[in-house]
Design a protein around this ligand. Sequence first.
Ligand code: MG
Length: 379
Amino acid sequence: MDNPRITSIEWGVLQGQRPRTAGRNARLPEHGPTMRDPIARITLEDGSRGFGFSRANQQQAEALLGTLLNDLISVEHGVSAAGKLIDFALWDALGQRTGKPVYALAAEYYGTPVPEALRAPCYDTSLYFDDLDLDSDEEAGALIAQEAMEGWACGHRAFKMKVGRGALHMPLEAGTTRDIAVIHAVRQAIGPDIPLMIDANNGWNVNLAKQVLSETADCDLCWLEEPFHEDEVLDNHLQNWMRERRISVLLADGEGLASPRLMAWAQAGAIDVVQYDLRDVGLTHWLKTGKQLDDWGVRSAPHNYGSNFGNYATCHLAGVIANFTFVEWDAADTPALDAAGYQLIEGFVHVPDAPGFGLKLDEALFQQAVEEGGFHVQQ
Ligand SMILES: [Mg+2]
């Protein structure tokens, strides 16, 4: 059957456990040990299936019943506006039906060769403010450095740490001093050649960014993420200031409620790394965005904090987007999600060449998630 209809959509939230509870960041309280991935599974009238992250509600899912697959996705155009809410499930279904991994479909979409074996570079995104109960900056640095080494033992060779302790959770000066001490401690622990990023979650202003960048100039930071809410004037000011001082830290931004002008500012050189959230915009939008950013020489690094499904899905962009920089890896164990085909080795995620995303659902646990707070709609 060339063009089957959707006959059933099941939706449920999969619970995952982080290896370590995640603390605060510059603006939010404890992130905790739990991760929640809302997953939709679509079944087509010929019995083929696909599943993926989805925020569709029951009414929206009902409206998709009976729609033809070809009206929702094609390898030439990706997922249509009508299919956006189940973007990931549609890519998975297309992969299952064609026997191709999503990264191979992405290569067809781009018109580029299919990678023979896909390895996606990733970073450990788990270094939060777990030190706020500690009195000394030295102890704080030792704790976060130890956490980085826990990531190292899991195969990570790139790290991002939260900064901006002085924005809310600590007094301004003490928090900034601690940020600087912790950056030095982590750099010391991981060695000089490992990419290290910092993320202030908009908790700074230009002067604080300059202070920390000056005092960590010997730490060879890879990128500074969200120093303050993106602003063309301020970002350009900071870029010029860094250029004058030969500080080559990239400016990264775009997660959350990004400015509608973000892409224009990236094109103009004010932003070096664009980070639209993978789940908010979907895989199709990221494929289009990545192509555009490549043309402008801007880097792509989708935001993915809080999603185990997204850890795996992001990898499928790495083979086609030339300036793809890193997968944001937020480790969790999600019993209902079987990702045995993926392996994290020396900083790279080895991606299986299995159909779709190469993931499997534990049927009993998925049914349980559908029954407990989820829904099932069918024709
Ligand atoms: Mg961030």
